[in-house]
Ligand binder design. Structure first.
Ligand code: CIR
Length: 256
């Protein structure tokens, strides 16, 4: 179960955030703020305390806090983002983490290692790490070493198409795994109960489990149905403005 969630308000500069889909247009900042409010309310409805950090105009993508740290039961690992314009974002998270973890439980990934939290999926004490354009082998190696120091384990998954590992995967606890695209037939995940995302709804693979409820992006009916069919209560949140920046529900928070 999660007790706490950290989010960061989107900055006005978010309209200049990184995107692989410029054809979707620039995000509408006012609407993004409203969607962020709703996201916070949806999280609170799952029984967590939400820590809301101020917007940071220097970093257009800084609302995607998931990428700058990975928080586990035993340690916090501050990442080293692979995207040029995101370098430095991680430093702005450290003071907040110190309110929850003693210094000896905070680890740091260092260059030339890079890793972004969107590439890390927690399954109990084990962490799957996607090797992507943002996360390199050296970053994954340092990350696994840090995990092992604190009683956890990690393994790598080379990625083909997705931006981050969790662009196409979401662990819903109880051995249930949402899978889309390149992960549908991926042998690494054969031991899970796979819940398949329809190919027309692949964006909605980025859901989050929060204390037995599942936050699902609004507008993806088939995904909503399969998750409800698996026995979960679904909470819908519209993320249209974040989608324009390749972001989704998991990217917008750190849950621990
Ligand atoms: C980026 O490209 O870094 C942002 N525009 C989107 C980050 C999405 N984060 C995530 O999947 N964890």
């Amino acid at each position: 179960m999660f007790k706490n969630v950290i989010v960061r308000r989107p900055s006005k500069s978010m309209v200049e955030g990184i995107t692989s889909a410029p054809e979707l247009g620039k995000p509408n900042y006012e609407l993004a703020l409203k969607q962020h409010d709703n996201y916070i309310e949806a999280l609170k409805s799952c029984g967590v305390e939400v820590i809301v950090l101020n917007a940071d105009e220097r970093y257009p993508d800084s609302c995607f806090v998931e990428d700058v740290a990975v928080l586990t039961k035993t340690c916090a690992i501050v990442t080293n983002p692979g995207a040029k314009t995101r370098k430095g974002e991680e430093k702005e998270m450290i003071d907040t983490l110190k309110n929850f973890y003693p210094e000896e439980k905070i680890e740091y990934i260092k260059s030339p290692g890079t890793i972004e939290g969107g590439d890390v999926m927690m399954v109990g004490d084990h962490f799957y790490i996607g090797l992507s354009e943002r996360t390199n082998e050296e970053g994954a190696k340092q990350f696994i070493k840090a995990l092992e120091k604190h009683g956890c384990t990690g393994s790598v998954v080379p990625l083909k198409e997705v931006l981050h590992l969790k662009t196409g995967l979401a662990y819903l606890e109880n051995n249930n795994l949402l899978v889309a695209g390149e992960f549908v037939d991926h042998p690494t995940f054969d031991q899970f109960n796979k819940i398949l995302i329809h190919e027309n709804e692949s964006y909605s693979a980025n859901c989050i489990w929060v204390n037995n409820k599942v936050l699902v992006p609004e507008g993806y009916e088939k995904t909503k149905e399969v998750i409800e069919g698996a026995g979960y209560e679904v909470v819908l949140v519209d993320t249209s403005e974040y989608r324009k920046l390749d972001g989704g529900l998991s990217c917008l928070s750190l849950r621990f």
